[in-house]
Design a protein around this ligand. Sequence first.
Ligand code: PLP
Length: 377
Amino acid sequence: DSVFSHVVRAPEDPILGEGKPLVLNVVRKAEQMLVNDRSRVKEYLPIVGLADFNKLSAKLIFGADSPAIRENRVTTVQCLSGTGSLRVGGEFLARHYHQRTIYIPQPTWGNHPKIFTLSGLSVKTYRYYDPATRGLNFRGLMEDLGSAPSGAIVLLHACAHNPTGVDPTLQQWEQIRQLMRSKALLPFFDSAYQGFASGNLDIDAQSIRMFVADGGECFVAQSYAKNMGLYGERVGALSVVCRTADVASRVESQLKLVTRPMFSNPPIHGASIVATILKDRNMYNEWTIELKAMADRIISMRKELFDALRARGTPGDWSHIIKQIGMFTFTGLNKEQVAFMTREYHIYMTSDGRISMAGLSSKTVPHLADAIHAAVT
Ligand code: PLP
């Protein structure tokens, strides 16, 4: 008998294994250049990863003219995509920050509570989504952050909130910023969709840049999974913006102590692809064009789905489909309706009614619209 016979089967992750994203042309080109470069070796990277990649990643998220970068107040370390960056940041905070409570939005990406709990933080939620309007519960958000203990960490989705597709407006971001700074709440941004939401890298980084512009401190976890289609390469970065260069360099020395026993050092291939693209003006431009095409395609799928429901006279207000931002539509369909669509129409989405717009095409929109129509009538 196995010594593990008591192990119970864990539930399958409902999301992983979905879809087959395309490889960007500019990524293929960068890989070709890397393969042809005979001087490249398979040596370990330093604990903090590829230096060029880190520098260019900070520039991409904070902006080329960021004073925080110029003043050397930012430390950036390469981590295992967005997930690993959140985890390394979480563990650093659990070890070195006085307030070990992190507030995450309700709802949020399902991995957030697990990542931060295992990091050693205590996880609480703040109100975010209003099912009645299928929009932001701004008042609830401000009330909950307003009553959070001073110094608490707050996780913010930089853009294209997952799963709701609902983002604050710039005016609302400004109010959030003022409230958080007045209470010394520490912002921890999760940036998994930069450029993928609006099609523009700078616009999608505006929320973060507002918080950096006031001179205050913040954490940012960056992922290249979506915006470069590098899902399986696990390439991302954690940046910590500090008050002074001296603090930043001490923080970096401690980030190394988090990474070393966790995975020693990050993988070289994905980071080399990203660095190759970001440092060459032509390749960078080519990337932004491909990125915009991906974002535009999703926006046009939203429009097609909305029009298809209107054409069918489907009861209800479906304008949230075109108002929401990013890869996902939070349909507002309930569990029973989702189960009905899976059973009768073989349409698969998460049980909270979240549809991946990236998986839709003009060919499949009519079938989806038929299914939604049948589910609600
Ligand atoms: N954060 C959010 C909100 C996400 O939706 C995702 C991926 O779905 C991630 C982080 C991390 O993804 P990865 O670890 O693949 O970069």
